[in-house]
Design a binder for this molecule. Structure first.
Ligand code: NAD
Ligand code: HP7
Length: 321
């Protein structure tokens, strides 16, 4: 049985990590969050210690290190811009690290973490759960086994509606989350480059507080993509049935169903890591380079190969008066 510590225990995604630790037969010894609404821990690990001050958490973990209850893994569910610092903490205390996506905000943060990984002889693993989705695995197999010179036409729409709270929270602050392409798009940029190979051209058509659209030329695909957290951009059929989410991936005009089966992927990610197959620092590089580039590109507007949903009317930021 492995011992875990968890950073960011009071947040939205932390319970999926607690469940994954439990489902894989391991133990959560200590958790840390600046915010103390963490009763959710009791449903998984009622004996876990909890800290709201980093220094007390650090002291406790150091104490465990010198006992028979050393922390084997530190799991990180804190805001994106804190990941690299929390990863360094985990490595320094002699643990392997399991970190949420996006691993970091900038590609050079990966280089720095690789140095620290070497110094401590421990590993960092990134949650890239779409790579463990059965439909995505099947698609990768199909492409890997298909003709090596074929270039596929892909359209990807990823709409996952969020209310106004999103813009008030750290997720709406580009310096903390990287913006929506970094915070949400990273999943499918990773998935696409994992399946269709590295990026040759990256065009950004639209990039605002609530949506982004662009075009990628990958080694094996031409991709028109659209990402949005604004429910106004949902297709009418989805709106009519009261839906708030729309994930659609088409290849050569044919739909590839990948909307379901997202909920258990954290447990599956933990099994994969504990099995010695986790996705390490280098595996995150492609998607982190892409999100960094998208953040810094000037959108060209609706010219060229843009996704049809990018045509929707733009809206003001909800807090622009
Ligand atoms: P959240 O805001 O709900 O939770 C973040 C938690 O971190 C909060 O409880 C907050 O109090 C805590 N925190 C903030 N600063 C801290 C600090 N200095 N030290 C310790 N704790 C601190 O956000 P979330 O949605 O749970 O996202 C957390 C991470 O998980 C992010 O990196 C996000 O990108 C990622 N995430 C991944 C998925 C996925 O599908 N893989 C889904 C949601 C979130
Ligand atoms: N929800 C919340 O209540 N709070 C939140 O913080 C987020 C969602 P899905 P996930 O928004 O930051 C996706 O769209 O898949 C509600 C990204 N992951 O299924 O869990 C929401 O309003 C993730 O990387 O959200 O998370 C819905 O009612 C990104 O960090 C419900 O939860 C996260 O959004 C389910 O919402 C985010 C993927 O896209 C795989």
């Amino acid at each position: 049985m492995k011992n875990f510590a968890l950073i960011g225990a009071a947040g939205y995604i932390a319970p999926r990590h607690m469940k994954a630790i439990k489902d894989t037969g391991n133990n959560l010894l200590a958790a840390y969050d600046k915010f103390d609404s963490v009763g959710v821990i009791d449903g998984h690990f009622p004996e876990a210690d909890f800290f709201t001050e980093f220094e007390r958490f650090d002291r406790h973990v150091e104490k465990l290190k010198r006992s028979d209850k050393k922390i084997d893994y530190v799991s990180i569910c804190s805001p994106n811009y804190l990941h690299d610092s929390h990863i360094r903490f985990g490595l320094r205390v002699g643990a392997d690290v399991i970190c949420e996506k996006p691993l970091v905000l900038n590609p050079w943060n990966i280089d720095a973490l690789q140095e620290v990984e070497k110094e401590h002889g421990k590993r960092v693993f990134n949650i890239l759960q779409l790579r463990l989705h059965p439909s995505i695995i099947a698609l990768k197999k199909k492409i890997d086994e298909g003709p090596s010179d074929k270039i596929y036409d892909i359209d990807l729409a990823y709409i996952t509606s969020r209310g106004h709270w999103y813009y008030t929270s750290w997720k709406g602050d580009v310096t903390k989350s990287g913006g929506i392409a970094t915070n949400i798009g990273v999943h499918f940029y990773d998935m696409l480059t994992w399946i269709f190979g590295g990026i040759k051209e990256n065009v950004v058509h639209v990039h605002t507080h609530d949506r982004a659209a662009g075009y990628f030329q990958l080694e094996k695909a031409r991709v028109r993509w659209f990402l949005s957290i604004n429910s106004d951009t949902l297709p009418d059929a989805v709106k009519a049935r009261g839906g708030r989410t729309f994930r659609s991936l088409t290849m050569e005009g044919e739909e590839i169903e990948f909307s379901d089966g997202f909920t258990e992927l954290h447990t599956h990610s933990y099994e994969h890591i504990l099995d010695g197959q986790g996705f390490g620092l280098e595996e995150a590089r492609n998607s982190i380079e892409i999100v960094h580039d998208i953040r810094h590109k000037e959108p060209v507007g609706l010219i060229g190969e843009y996704h049809p949903l990018a045509k929707g009317e733009l809206t003001n930021h909800p807090f622009d008066f």
